[in-house]
Design a protein around this ligand. Structure first.
Ligand code: URP
Length: 364
């Protein structure tokens, strides 16, 4: 018997149901009985074991129709930091780069075409420390920054679109930003986090400014994509605007802990995918991060991973684990976006003019 505690919800349920109950649970909870699990290459399994990360791969098909299929393979990476947070910042970054590069190599070997990393992926999420200056070196220029240079090379090498959520510094002002690199390695643009939390230990307003980039959608080589950064997932209109601007896939790179609504982690992005007719890809970091402030206060934060993907028809993949580095691969047919919109008629029945009027009246 496995003596390890089971942390993953999917595992807890699976291990406690008989096969018929499990089948019915999958139908009702995940939206389909068959997860569409894809076989991984033996070399990927070997690499993941060697480098200590899990890999899971699923497919989401669309119905056959007049249009040719529009299939794209998407990868999400969740991971912990590597070095203690009091190590030199250059070393902390380098160590995460090395870890993530190995996972990206496996994603490339599996044919991933669009990859998204977690929120501020190369640093500890130090925003709970209430200290700013000592972390300055983590803030980067979006186009020239070290992480962008590092990922541009990989994007080009692997013909892969990469979404890289960073801590941006522009003329002395910090922003929580996601940059998009196209499959030729060229920088396409950026989106700055619109909604900044100011709740409990997530007090981000003293660090960076609220986004001023609207709701951009990037026509990458493989799909029209957008990024709704972490706390933005609690804002329904934020999701809506990416849909109105034509997104087929919206990524939600996050850094969130149990106390901040683990019970609705599986709900908000899933609801957004259903309501807006696009694929939602949710990514959360894992691991425990410890900080000692200059006033000798010890702060500890643990993240619960559980990255997952929802299709516009509401089907979702199982989540990655709550505590391990991981790569989630989903092969998706983007034709499903249009098919679901036609079926349910949500855009057709949306009555946006009604809301626009009321919103205008209320904000006067
Ligand atoms: N990173 C971030 O915005 N966290 C806020 C807490 C949450 O929304 O989960």
């Amino acid at each position: 018997m496995n003596s390890q505690p089971v942390y993953n919800l999917d595992e807890i349920i699976k291990n406690n149901l008989d096969s018929e109950q499990w089948k019915q649970f999958k139908r009702i909870h995940y939206g389909r009985i068959d997860h569409g699990e894809l076989q991984l290459k033996p070399s990927t399994i070997e690499e993941s074991k060697k480098n200590g990360f899990e890999v899971a791969a699923f497919s989401v098909d669309a119905a056959k129709e007049v249009r040719t299929t529009n299939i794209v393979k998407v990868g999400l990476i969740q991971h912990s930091i590597v070095l203690p947070t009091n190590e030199p910042i250059v070393a902390q970054k380098r160590a995460v780069f090395d870890k993530v590069e190995k996972i990206i190599q496996s994603a490339a070997a599996e044919g991933v075409q669009i990859l998204c990393l977690q929120e501020t992926w190369y640093m500890p999420f130090f925003l709970c420390t209430r200290e700013k200056q000592k972390w300055e070196e983590f803030a980067e220029c979006p186009k020239q920054g070290q992480s962008t240079q590092f990922l541009r090379k990989l994007a080009k090498k692997y013909n892969m679109v990469i979404v890289s959520p960073i801590l941006e510094k522009d003329e002395g002002v910090w922003w929580n930003t996601a940059i998009v690199i196209d499959a030729d390695g060229e920088y396409m643009g950026k989106h700055r986090k619109n909604h900044l939390p100011s709740v409990g230990s997530f007090s981000e307003t003293p660090y960076y400014a609220p986004g001023n980039t609207g709701h951009p959608v990037f026509q990458t080589k493989f799909a029209k994509i957008a990024v709704n950064i972490c706390y933005g997932r609690h804002h329904a209109l934020n999701w809506l605007m990416f849909a109105l601007n034509g997104a087929e896939i919206v990524f939600n790179p996050a850094a969130t802990i149990s106390e901040f609504g683990e019970s609705f982690w599986g709900i908000e992005a899933r609801n957004a995918a259903i309501a807006n007719g696009y694929f939602c890809c949710s990514i959360n970091r894992v691991g425990t991060e410890r900080f000692t402030t200059t006033t000798n206060q010890d702060i500890t934060r643990s993240y619960y991973g559980s990255s997952y993907v929802t299709a516009p028809n509401g089907c979702r993949t199982p989540g990655l684990s709550r505590d391990k580095d991981g790569l989630l691969i989903v092969k998706m047919d983007l034709n499903l976006c249009r098919q679901v919109k036609d079926h349910w008629g949500f855009p057709m029945t949306s009555r946006l003019e009604l809301y626009a009027k009321e919103l205008r009246d209320k904000s006067l």
